[in-house]
Design a binder for this molecule. Structure first.
Ligand code: IPM
Ligand code: MG
Length: 386
């Protein structure tokens, strides 16, 4: 079986959904990188692309039409750009309901969200954190992605005794906690064997259960992993004060949303940050592996269309796809290296530019990374996989 193929020998299906805002600009560059791997490294990929969000509304009068949903369900992996635009406010009431990113996360059961926070020495100068504090930071946030307050019911805005109020519900079941904790323990075993679970068990019942389940799983099956627990407020502080102390950090949905932005700032720029959302750690298990890879920065409407967005978050998301869907950690590292080398050679979009030094465009950043890939391929041809 050739690498990167499905068990029946077919190439894996990769669906590109550029989405809103800067999504189309950055995904155009990520697409060139995918095509480079297909052409120059023999990656077996069945590449497709569909409108999603506002561009879909403009083209088809629907944010997510059935044909697109069928593509989403058939894909082994999705490379997603971003969602969010002021234009949603102009759509008919209800048009947006259940047609977005949350639908994919929940219906595809993408409960594992991996958000790496790695300090690249070449970006140390743009981090708000001192270089000596940042040094050796290389951690992974494991965020639960299909539960908690994002989906809990009841929810809504209601009027009680003439007073309006908003309601959301944070809820986690034991199996939901256990399956994400298991993913985090497994990941910790492949790294330095340390796991920090983040919660708010001094106040919240969901967090009390969370801590109990994580500790129990540790004691029964993962006692080789060094487990610690932190309250989320303290974790936020530690992430800024001493980020290099962490290896794998496990947390529920909303805490992970917030702390991953903190981590992104610490590492340098949110424009650099990739993520992977999956229904299992790696392709190749008993259940069909599905995954969605996306930069964490969002649609950035303020700079959309200007050609200055950083495509590195999207391109590094494809590197995670090489690792977790195509099972090619070697090619993932190869791509990550190319990105680092491009920046080292001076290729910097405005978000990662050095003070008083020129910045380049989204397309030029893509060019610079492709140039490095070509140069590296000349140095080290692709390994032959049978
Ligand atoms: C993220 C984003 C999303 C989230 C939004 C766009 C719904 O902020 O992936 O971090 O809150 O999960
Ligand atoms: Mg977020």
């Amino acid at each position: 079986m050739a690498h990167g193929t499905t068990p029946d020998g077919m190439p894996k299906r990769l669906l590109i959904l550029p989405g809103d805002g800067i999504g189309p600009e950055i995904l155009a560059q990520a697409r060139r990188v995918v095509e480079w791997f297909a052409t120059h490294r023999g990656l077996a990929v069945d590449l497709r692309e569909e409108h999603f969000g506002i561009p879909a509304w403009r083209a088809h009068g629907s944010l997510l039409r059935d044909e697109t949903w069928a593509e989403i369900e058939a894909a082994d992996a999705i490379l997603f750009g971003a969602i969010g635009s002021p234009e949603y406010d102009t759509l008919p009431v209800g048009a947006r309901e259940g047609q977005g990113l949350m639908r994919m996360r929940v219906e595809l059961n993408l409960y594992i969200n991996l958000r790496p926070v790695k300090a690249l020495p070449v970006l140390a100068a743009i981090s708000p954190v001192r270089p000596d504090v940042l040094r050796d930071t290389d951690l992974m946030i494991v965020r639960e992605l299909t539960g908690g307050i994002y989906v809990g019911k009841p929810r809504g805005i209601e009027t009680v005794d003439g007073v309006r109020r908003g309601v959301n519900t944070m809820v986690y079941s034991e199996p939901e906690i256990e399956r994400i904790a298991r993913a985090a323990f497994e990941l910790a075993r492949t790294r330095t064997g340390r796991l920090c679970s983040v919660d708010k068990s001094n106040v919240l019942e969901t967090s009390r259960l969370w801590r109990e389940v994580v500790q129990r799983l540790h004691d029964s099956e993962y006692s080789d992993v060094a487990l610690s627990h932190l309250f989320v407020d303290n974790a936020a502080m530690q992430l800024v004060r001493a980020p290099s102390q962490f290896d794998v950090m496990l947390m529920e949905n909303l805490f992970g949303d917030i702390l991953s932005d903190v981590g992104a700032a610490v590492a340098g720029s949110i424009g650099m940050q990739p993520s992977a959302s999956m229904n299992g750690m790696y392709a190749g298990g008993d259940t069909r592996h599905r995954a969605l890879y996306e930069p964490i920065h969002g649609s950035a409407p303020d700079i959309a269309g200007k050609g200055i967005a950083n495509p590195c978050g999207a391109i590094l998301s494809f590197a995670m796809c090489l690792r977790h869907t195509f099972l090619r950690p070697d090619e993932a590292a190869f791509l990550e290296n190319a990105v680092t080398r491009a920046i080292e050679a001076g290729a910097r979009t405005p978000d990662i530019a050095l003070p008083n030094r020129p910045a380049i465009s989204t397309v030029e950043m893509g060019n610079a990374i492709l140039r490095e890939l070509d140069a590296m391929a000349a140095e080290k041809p692709a390994a032959v996989h049978a």
